[in-house]
Write a protein that binds this ligand. Structure first.
Ligand code: BGC
Length: 746
């Protein structure tokens, strides 16, 4: 806390303090003129600046000033490129500085629990490690320019349905390993100026009134020193919110809660210290936020070029049979589908940006090749228009190859509501179907913010996931299709074959304002891998116009303690004849876990660029957290001593190399033995083991030496017994049993 903030705090009256606890209006904080306390501006976020000069709203309804629209979160994460995210963040910071905005409201890091969440386009991944890494570098980039961020929506806000009052019921381990983990690293390592508390309830308590979430976990455990801002209208009980550590209520509401705060302090329902803590953080933000750099400007064209470069790093080549791509300029190409012209390049709602330029895919393609175009379907409706299809089919016959633009119309996905299915409109399905019946040279380019079902996938030869690529997305698509850029994006989420395959599908979006996260930690690929389930496209998947070879995986140690780290290195070679980039992914599996653990968990990744024939050695350092699970008994991350498999691959289901490592825990967990402890929990106990052996002998004898129960069966039988059962099977007396339990606990 700066000296200035302390001075201000001393001078403020109770009424002034109360007024600082909420905004002045939609986008600014309260100023106190008499003390020179400034007001600062915050605006959305996350992939562009949505500064409204005229009427304010938080749904993206009213127009904002023109700024660069970078690719949406779903795209950015598919780059798997930390440096690129910092570059984007830096550009966003420059634009914020130049528009006098102090805090950019993003990034959004909620986990993609279901492909149906209407806001998935804004979020990064189904995997918390990837999501938090991407967020961290986004934040570092923005904040390097002296502009704050607001990591959101804290926490477990994974659907839009009833987002204002749904109660998310999630068990502690799942919360820590999946939903909070997506925030944790970014918050600890990038220190966002603000954290935005979510609309929903978490295990019965509104996130904005949640002391456990906002104080015990965020501040006491994670050491967060910044400010908590409420999502717009998320605060339910302002006094409870202050007690919980929710500092700034947004948007401003004409001081509706000010008197309540004053009264609460006066009648001792709220302590002056609790209020001061909140006010000090608001003052600190105002102080930091008002220290603007002078006269920052940015070059709109340069940022547009950056938006194009970024978009081309994010798109994912999902399929490329017989190397149908890249196109060559002497091929005659039929481009079909209204989405080629009316590009979808961002999602709807509060993140909606008014772009500085807009590159249509069709124009960009026409600049590079021999293109004819037919609309094929009406984007504004779902019904088939036979005339449009017939015209499209004529073009198919008179050209060498077809590129169909398909995807989700804007009305299908947005902030504020979820999808109810994963299909694209009927008229697009029909077009793909009829075209692919008469041509075996069909490429589909997708525009969507979240996975779709593709019953037609085997009927087409090429497939580019363009996602929502921002204002220059159309130009990036053309560059990739014509091979001016070699695609290098990888999926940050799984595409299931059908909606029902998704682990959340039985409990999404919940009933009666409650949603139970019953799939637990088995979110996304963690589930498909565990079930050995076929998916349409797996997590981490993405093709290139060149090929890569993995070799020489080595570890600097084959045994470590959980206080040490292991260095893993692997050689990657570009075996094709084009410059390309590969995302090398490291997954970890515990071999004999005592708790249920996923088959694979992403723990590291890096994107490397390689010239044809070039080999690079990449290295990773893995430490405790890569091997640990969240142990709810000790309320901490814990590595159980044992073997772990390290897998290096180009996607979760394309593992090329693997090695084992043994990790020894240095954490002593004092186990308490009771009458109801299972016998198999004593296997590693010096006293317990001898006792178990003895009982096994007795039981085998009791079974009459018949040999019916032996080997695995006997082991299973013993495992089902508890110490208490020794009274019956082990011929023990109560006193002997008590003595044994005493001994075990020494
Ligand atoms: C959204 C936030 C956004 C805020 C301000 C809310 O409805 O959930 O993500 O930052 O509005 O527009």
């Amino acid at each position: 806390m700066s000296k200035k903030v302390n001075e201000w705090l001393k001078e403020l009256t109770l009424e002034e303090k109360a007024s600082l606890c909420s905004g002045k209006d939609f986008w600014t904080t309260q100023d106190i003129e008499r003390l020179g306390i400034p007001s600062i501006m915050v605006t959305d976020g996350p992939h562009g600046l949505r500064k409204q000069a005229g009427e304010s709203d938080h749904l993206g309804l009213n127009e904002s000033i023109k700024t660069t629209c970078f690719p949406s979160g779903v795209s950015l994460a598919s780059s798997w490129d930390r440096d690129l995210l910092e570059e984007v963040g830096k550009a966003l910071g420059e634009e914020s500085q130049s528009e006098d905005v102090s805090v950019l409201l993003g990034p959004g890091v909620n986990i993609k629990r279901s492909p149906l969440c209407g806001r998935n386009f804004e979020y990064f991944s189904e995997d918390p490690y990837l999501s938090s890494q991407i967020a961290k570098h986004h934040i570092l980039g923005v904040q390097s320019q002296g502009v704050g961020t607001s990591i959101k929506h804290f926490a477990a806000n994974n659907q839009e349905y009833k987002r204002m009052n749904v109660d998310t019921i999630v068990d502690e381990r799942t919360l820590r390993e999946i939903y909070l983990a997506s925030f944790e690293t970014a918050i600890k390592e990038a220190k966002p100026w603000t954290v935005m508390s979510a609309y929903n309830k978490l295990n019965g308590v509104y996130c904005s009134d949640n002391h456990r979430l906002l104080t015990e976990i965020l501040r006491d455990e994670w050491g967060y020193e910044g400010l908590v801002i409420s999502d717009w209208g998320a605060e339910d009980d302002r006094i409870q919110g202050i007690k919980a550590g929710m500092d700034l209520e947004m948007p401003g509401n004409g001081g509706r809660n000010d008197q309540k705060i004053v009264d609460a302090v006066n009648n001792s329902d709220l302590s002056g210290e609790a209020l001061d803590k909140v006010v000090a953080r608001v003052l600190d933000l105002a102080y930091k936020g008002s220290e603007k750099q002078n006269q920052v400007t940015y070059d709109k064209k340069e940022h547009d070029d950056l938006a194009k470069k970024v978009a081309s790093e994010c798109m994912v080549l999902l399929k490329n049979d017989h190397d149908i791509l890249p196109l060559s300029s002497d091929q005659k190409i039929a481009v079909l589908g209204e989405l080629a012209v009316a590009s979808r390049y961002q999602g709807g709602g509060s993140s909606h940006i008014n772009p500085t330029y807009l590159h249509s895919a069709l124009d960009s393609l026409q600049a590079l090749g021999n293109i004819s175009y037919a609309k094929g379907y009406n984007l504004s409706e779902d019904q088939v228009d036979d005339k449009l299809v017939d015209h499209a089919l004529e073009l198919v016959h008179s050209n060498d190859l077809v590129v169909i633009f398909a995807g989700l119309p804007e009305r299908y996905e947005s902030e504020g509501y979820d999808r109810s299915h994963m299909s694209i409109p009927e008229n697009q399905l029909d077009l793909i179907d009829r075209v692919s019946q008469v041509s075996d040279k069909v490429v589909v380019v997708l525009a969507n913010g979240s996975p779709i079902e593709m019953p037609w996938v085997d009927q087409v030869q090429g497939l580019l996931e363009g996602y929502l690529g921002g204002q220059a997305g159309g130009a990036a698509i053309a560059d990739i299709l014509y091979g001016h850029v070699n695609p290098s994006g990888k999926l940050a989420e799984t595409f299931p074959i059908k909606m029902k395959d998704n682990p959340s599908s039985l409990n999404f979006p919940g009933k009666e304002t409650k949603v139970m996260y019953q799939e637990g930690i088995f979110v996304g690929y963690r589930y498909y891998e565990a079930k050995e389930m076929k998916t349409l496209f797996s997590f981490g998947h993405g093709l290139s116009y060149t090929s890569f070879e993995y070799s020489n995986l080595s570890l600097d140690k084959d045994q470590i303690n959980d206080t040490e780290f292991v260095t893993l290195s692997v050689d990657i070679k570009n075996t094709g004849n084009r410059l390309g980039k590969e995302v090398v992914q490291v997954y970890v599996k515990e071999m004999n876990p005592i708790v249920i653990r996923p088959e694979k968990e992403l723990k590291e990744f890096v994107k490397v660029e390689l010239k044809p024939g070039q080999i690079k050695t990449v290295t990773f350092k893995l430490s405790k957290r890569a091997f640990a699970y969240y142990n709810v008994d000790i309320k901490d991350w814990h590595v159980a001593t044992g073997d772990f498999k390290l897998m290096v691959g180009s996607s979760v289901d394309q593992i090329h190399l693997e090695r084992l490592i043994n990790v020894t825990s240095t954490q002593v967990i004092k186990k308490v033995y009771t009458r109801n402890t299972s016998l198999d929990e004593l296997k590693d106990h010096p006293v317990g083991k001898a006792m178990v052996d003895q009982v096994v002998g007795k039981i085998a004898e009791m079974m009459g030496g018949s040999g019916v129960i032996q080997g695995d069966a006997l082991e299973g039988f013993i495992a089902s017994l508890t110490l208490r059962n020794l009274l019956m099977f082990g011929g023990m007396s109560e006193t002997e049993l008590e003595g044994l339990i005493y001994q075990l606990n020494q």
